[in-house]
Design a binder for this molecule. Structure first.
Ligand code: NAD
Ligand code: IPM
Ligand code: MN
Length: 354
């Protein structure tokens, strides 16, 4: 008998809607002798507005005790003055990524059979973005001078450490080696010369240890061209925190929609729980209507299971999602219809194998 001690932060907007389906699928995917203990944490924009609490020290300590964290989405209406300045995104989401040293933000992209891409000729779309998760312009190293005046100066400093870049780059080489052996560094070395230089030198140095991995480089602007015109050229992309954020929304769009894009915030050392979440946000424009696609959250559960060593269960979810997508067509289905269908096919699969 095995056990998973899971923390869930359903969050805001469509977060709770997609998480309900993801948990349904999680329970359906594991055999009867596996216990899943789920603890819900209320954090998010709604909780902050109600209580003034973002991420408490006690909450962080409690979350640290879990095997993994499943997160829906956090954040509210960007025009809500009470949430100005990304107070939830930075305080909660980045707070967790930094506190739990989620230095690998792993974002796979696959165009599943039967799924329509907005690209006329997508070709083979099957790559993973290894996005840095704890550095870059995300660290809050900025400031303003003469704020609000015509002479205002606003700085947002991108922090890149040799330690931080090297550990991420090493993870990316291992990832590429386990895939098709092709690694693309994406940066902007023609302008951001200090950070870009460190990334390029680090990749060049680690590359000598991986003769079986071919390495190439693209400036981030050109990378957006090839993601649209020839996504098949990508296997593993390694890039900084902000470029990775932008490229993975684009990657979601070309592979059938952001509602299918899963991610893992990984602490490879295992010192802290890793956190799995859809790439998308709380989608205030469709929240409450029951139409959000829960597939990204469901695939995030598969990544979570795989990370915890439940590889059969993860693969089973992958198959169930693949089959569901293949038969989905263009008919719009509700959030619960998708979750129910995938959970149903899993229960059938689990009962025949156990
Ligand atoms: P978003 O990803 O929430 O929405 C972008 C577009 O994609 C919207 O049109 C939305 O309806 C659509 N979409 C998103 N998920 C979908 C799904 N599962 N099915 C169908 N359509 C879907 O991005 P945004 O509008 O920029 O951000 C909204 C809020 O979410 C903001 O507060 C933002 O800061 C926050 N956010 C949170 C996370 C997170 O918690 N990990 C990630 C991104 C954005
Ligand atoms: C994501 C989100 C976050 C990011 C925001 C909400 C801080 O866009 O997970 O992609 O930029 O990392
Ligand atoms: Mn994003």
């Amino acid at each position: 008998p095995r056990k998973i001690n899971l923390a869930v932060i359903a969050g805001d907007g469509i977060g709770p809607e997609v998480i309900a389906e993801a948990l349904k699928v999680l329970h359906a995917a594991v055999p009867a002798d596996t216990t899943i203990d789920v603890t819900h944490y209320p954090f998010g924009a709604g909780h902050y507005i109600a209580t003034g609490e973002i991420l408490t020290a006690g909450g962080l300590e409690a979350l640290a005790q879990h095997d993994a964290i499943l997160l829906g989405a956090v954040g509210g209406d960007p025009r809500d003055p009470r949430l100005a300045g990304g107070i939830i995104e930075r305080g909660l989401l980045l707070g967790l990524r930094f506190a739990f040293d989620h230095y690998v933000n792993l974002r796979p992209t696959t165009l599943f059979p039967g799924v329509a891409s907005p690209l006329a000729k997508p070709g083979k779309v099957d790559f993973v973005v290894v996005r840095e998760g704890t550095e870059g312009p995300y660290v809050g190293n900025g400031g303003g001078i003469r704020v609000g005046s015509p002479n205002e100066v606003a700085n947002e400093v991108s922090v890149n450490t040799a330690f931080g870049v090297e550990r991420l780059v090493r993870f990316a080489f291992r990832t590429a080696q386990a895939r098709h052996g092709r690694l693309t560094l994406v940066h902007k070395t023609n302008v951001l010369v200090h950070a870009g230089g460190l990334w390029q030198r680090t990749v060049d140095a680690v590359a000598t240890e991986y003769p079986d991995v071919t390495v190439d480089y693209l400036h981030v602007d050109a990378a957006t061209i090839f993601l649209v015109t020839n996504p098949a050229r990508f296997d593993t992309i390694v890039t900084d925190n902000l470029f990775g954020d932008i490229l993975t929304d684009l990657a979601g769009a070309i592979s059938g929609g952001i509602g299918l894009a899963a991610s893992g915030n990984i602490n490879p050392d295992g010192a802290f729980p890793s956190m799995f979440e859809p790439v998308h946000g709380s989608a205030p424009d469709i929240a409450g209507r029951g139409i959000a696609d829960p597939t990204a959250a469901i695939l995030s559960v598969a990544m979570l299971l795989s990370h915890l060593g439940f590889t059969d269960e993860a693969a089973r979810i992958g198959t169930a999602v693949t089959n569901d997508l293949a038969g989905r067509g263009t008919a719009g289905r509700s959030t619960t219809e998708v979750g129910d269908a995938i959970a149903h096919s899993l229960r059938a699969a689990v009962s025949t194998t156990h």
